[in-house]
Design a protein. Structure first.
Length: 279
């Protein structure tokens, strides 16, 4: 009786093991089937991208990620969806998806590319830098982040070129405002703008002119020592510059500040225009 019970228990044990193995086999088949389905959807999305249909590609990539969030293909689908949005100039959608990607997949191997794509979205959103500098500033922050954290990548190399361009734009805006304030006689406001250029954008082409403007304004308001300081900086760093030559003339005894010439107003009638044709 004991033997029969033992045999029964043994058989039951074998059956349980067999069932367990069968269940595991079924799960493996199911998992493999899901992976295949995931790959199929991903390939369809990729094909849409190659056929210049980024809208359909974005939908397919997001579908693939949503259906199989635990798959190794999920983070890849998320980043490719963002790229598809970027190609359509849907920068807000691309940024939203990229920020979600960074939060959901913080250890994914494409993290550096995600940061680069965020920077590029801001960069492409630059339209009128004189009115809206937010995209410029955000792009500058992200490109700087890439150079600091991923210095040995191709992304860092491109980021450097983009940063140089961004800084030129930001410096040009400060120069524009500085010149405007100088013409209006708002000396302190003008000085502050030109100082920003020489302190924050010292590698741009506008530094020489900014130094000259500081020489010019400080001389005009009676701050001769300050004026001399900036003239010395200009001469030391840009001796052959046309702006140094202009600054040098300011300290010449015969220097006279130029006064704007008065322009005679002409009649703009039809007769006067017609008369010019025969002058």
């Amino acid at each position: 009786m004991i033997k029969i019970n033992f045999i029964s228990i043994f058989v039951i044990f074998i059956l349980l093991i067999s069932c367990s193995k069968e269940t595991e086999k079924i799960l493996n088949i199911k998992e493999t089937s899901q992976d295949m389905e995931m790959v199929t959807i991903y390939n369809e999305a990729y094909e849409s991208l190659n056929n210049n249909d980024p809208y359909t590609a974005a939908k397919k990539f997001l579908e693939a990620e949503l259906l199989f969030p635990q798959s190794v293909w999920a983070p890849r689908s998320a980043i490719m969806a963002s790229y598809s949005f970027y190609l359509q100039n849907y920068y807000a959608e691309a940024l939203s998806n990229l920020f979600r990607y960074l939060k959901t997949y913080p250890n994914d191997k494409s993290i550096a590319y995600a940061h680069y794509l965020i920077a590029m979205c801001h960069y492409e959103m630059i339209e009128d830098e004189m009115r809206d500098t937010d995209p410029l500033i955000e792009a500058k922050k992200k490109f700087t982040f890439i150079m600091d954290n991923y210095p040995n990548t191709d992304f860092a190399l491109d980021a450097k070129f983009k940063l140089d361009f961004i800084e030129d734009i930001l410096a040009s805006k400060e120069m524009y405002l500085g010149r405007h304030y100088q013409k209006k006689g708002k000396w302190i406001a003008a000085i502050n703008r030109f100082k920003i250029v020489i302190e924050e954008y010292e590698k741009t082409i506008f530094v020489e002119e900014a130094l000259h403007r500081l020489v010019e304004i400080n001389y005009k308001i009676g701050l001769k020592d300050e004026s001399q300081k900036y003239a010395s900086l200009l001469g030391y760093n840009y001796l052959s510059s046309k702006w140094y030559k202009k600054s040098y003339k300011i300290f010449n005894k015969n220097y006279k500040e130029k006064t704007p010439k008065k322009i005679k107003k002409e009649k703009k009638g039809v007769i006067s225009k017609f008369k010019k044709l025969f002058d």
